[in-house]
Design a protein around this ligand. Structure first.
Ligand code: PRP
Length: 214
């Protein structure tokens, strides 16, 4: 039997996904070992393999077909813009992509002024301001702690993920506009969906069953 390969976004999403997979009988003991530094795990009985990848690389592994199935946040899918089938919303990892800043920056968003926008998600930020708002902005790519940018004057606003809102609050910032809702999604390689139709559909059906019963 050909191995069905999963690419999971390392970290919290992978943990949640493994818990969910366990509920439908897909178990990989070795992957749950907190000390392991391994990145590939295999369950020979089930004919399944699991990669742990950096979240932004998950869509790449799936598009190229080295993984049949991926689980990753919708933020990453929107940012990476890969050719994949998004087949299921897993309902966890819920948060929002927002334009945030100090309250005083709100008027800059309605006046069509040229402003600076810092973000870990330059494509999402660019598309939002260009297509949705028709506002010319300068995007500044950062790699983390994005809330710092408007505080120190690198940008007027940021485009970032808001979950509980406490990072914003503790830094004197707020949500100025909501771009879109986010959560963990299952994606499938376009060829795999045809070639492994039966196994993938069974898996998706089982997942749906568990999610609906919860
Ligand atoms: C994310 C995000 C926000 C924060 C939002 O950052 O970029 O900073 O979480 O969560 P909250 O609304 O519950 O406070 P992450 O922790 O991934 O760190 P990073 O910004 O350094 O990448």
């Amino acid at each position: 039997m050909r191995y069905l390969t999963f690419a999971l976004a390392k970290g919290r999403l992978a943990k949640e996904t493994l818990k969910l997979l366990e509920k439908i009988g897909i178990i990989c003991e070795e992957i749950n070992d907190p000390k392991t530094r391994k990145l590939i795990f295999q369950n020979d009985e089930l004919g399944m393999r699991f990669f742990l990848a950096k979240p932004s690389d998950v869509p790449t592994y799936v598009e190229y077909g080295v993984a049949d199935i991926g689980v990753v946040g919708r933020d990453t899918l929107l940012e990476e813009g890969r050719n994949l089938y998004e087949v299921m919303d897993l309902g966890f990892g819920k948060c929002r992509m927002c334009v945030c800043g100090p309250a005083s920056a709100k008027e800059l968003l309605s006046k069509n002024e040229i402003i600076r926008v810092a973000s870990k998600y330059p494509n999402i930020a660019k598309n939002y301001f260009k297509d949705k708002k028709n506002q010319t902005v300068e995007i500044i790519k950062l790699n983390g702690s994005v809330e710092l940018a408007p505080i120190v004057g690198l940008s007027e606003v940021i485009v970032d993920i808001v979950e509980t809102g406490s990072t914003l609050k503790e830094n004197g910032l707020e949500v100025l506009e909501t771009i879109t809702d986010l959560s963990a999604r299952v994606v499938v390689n376009q060829v795999s969906l045809r070639m492994e139709h039966e196994r993938i559909n069974k898996l998706l059906g089982d997942l749906k069953g568990v999610l609906e019963s919860e």
